[in-house]
Design a protein around this ligand. Sequence first.
Ligand code: FEO
Ligand code: CA
Ligand code: CA
Length: 668
Amino acid sequence: MQRLDMQHQLDEFDNRAAAMEAADDVGSNPSDTETIGDLVARRLGRRDILRGALVAGALAGAGGTAGLFGPPKAAAAAKGRYVFDEISHGVDETHHVATGYDADVLLRWGDPLFADAPAFDPAAQTEAAQLRQFGYNNDFVGFHRLSADRAVLCVNHEYTNEELMFPGLGRQDKKDFADMTPEFVAVEMAAHGGTIVEIARRDGKWAVDTGGKLNRRVTAKTPMTLTGPAAGDDRLKTSADATGTKVLGTLNNCAGGMTPWGTYLMAEENFNGYFWGGKEAAAAHPHAASLKRYGIPGGWYSWGRLDARFDIAKEPNEVFRHGWVVEVDIMDPASTPKKRTAMGRFKHEGSETIVNKDGRVVIYSGDDERFDYVYKFVTNGAYNPNDRAANMDLLDDGTLYVARFDADGGVEWMPLVHGQGPLTADNGFESQADVLIDTRLAADKLGATPMDRPEDVDPNPVTNKVYVMLTNNSKRKADAVDGPNPRAENLWGQVLEITPADGDHAATTGSWDLVVQAGNPADPEVKAMWNPATTDNGWFACPDNCTIDAEGRLWVTTDQGSGWKKASGTADGVWALETEGEGRGTGKMFFRVPVGAEMCGPCFTDDTETLFVAVQHVASDGTKDWAPFGRESTYDDPATRWPDFDPKLPPRPSVVMITRKGGGKIAV
Ligand code: FEO
Ligand code: CA
Ligand code: CA
């Protein structure tokens, strides 16, 4: 029964990335929070100007301007803050960057991270080798400078695709993982987690230093501690850990963040997918309602068959030890990573930090699932730039808030504090630990606004505004649209801007506005909203990650998954997106990934001279819909061995380094 259910769920999708989206489709949020009625009223002001532009664009389209949105002269006349010649939408087997820039592969799956690391041999993979090599499916990238020409790069390894990693295996999730041996699973676990590696710059370009003293791999088995208010709670105790404070490994680290005190925040996203046990075990679980709200068990991997901690029937509490933000001290490779329970348990897409004007630290995070929420965590203590040790446990003590977006343009940040409002024993919350372990259930009670898949949430330290990437939501019905989520069956997503009251990130109020409604502005059915200066290459669909450069400019990356053809018809990439002045809402395409990949981890160096991007799951998503290939890809198909063009190698997720030819700042 369990097997059939799982099979059914996975068969519908091209690959595990699509199955992850399936978890979002389940719509595990049953909250009946008001999302309609008075919220439908649109706000006046800048957005109306954009909407006017939409009409103009539609008319221009009717006039046969080949999809251009707004007259081309307007684009030429607009003097944007991003100085580069944009590239074209398109789909092919390699990557593209704007003219005048180099895009060099810095790190690929299997590359050695230590002097003693074995050379990558995909036909003879072992756990021991993978532990000394760069992991799989790179997502978040963080940069921490050590000196003028030396830095630490931190990279998350979100998940694994066995059909692209191992010769001869194919899609195991479609056949009950019949061929998954303990050895393959051990490699998978070692390919998860993160990489911390020193890089050095010579002649303007960075290279990995396999001799770096700070180099480290974090994996799905690395010993960690649970800290903060929920640590030691009965629900965090297992047969292997009677203290409820010691846990092995981190799962599905998607986006993340860096702190100013030199730590790396690894956000645990779709942790539900690693648990195993079927619907009957879930229904019999002592916290069945919690499991349901989090989509547990997902059954996306066979780990539960080999390791009891991933089987909810055998080890019912292990699920509560994942879904947190993990803080790693990158300056000490022997340090024990800490899962910071004060920041809540949900599918953290990212974890982006800003030091507030009063010195407290504020960390923004999206819960990436359809109809889930936007959060922020505010520390009680202040950041001390002169005493690193004093900052090392700041994240254990503070208040987690969830956002409500009101029709009048207001934002209310509601505290998730036991005993306040409905978060009481009468409603099933016996303690702050309960509130944090079941963050989603607590946020439901508070009436948070269900969003169109909140992914990266990045504060802009120059303007103090905050940008929320809302990827898409095919399940939103016409009677459930609201201000920040204004479209039904939303395949394209939107970029939301939050302005904290008085520039105070700790404030419980603020205002919101939309920067763009993504998708093709030349198609009236899409109801996209862009600045008319946006060209037919400047618009995108499905914003996922983003970053702010040292100039205070927003850069957005996309993940359309297997729906790329319907969403935009172009491969994913990096777009500049203007947020200020007359150019607000203008997109401009800078980089494009090979077909099947997702664009993650945009990360600028602090001098804006290098942009690192993470090209994840190359040759995976939606290759069936690319006519020159027209089928799903596996390791064994030579035609999918992009972007290496080496017949001996499978497609390899990679971190790409973008620099200006001849040096200098990017797009300035
Ligand atoms: Fe791992 Fe929400 O992307
Ligand atoms: Ca993402
Ligand atoms: Ca980011």
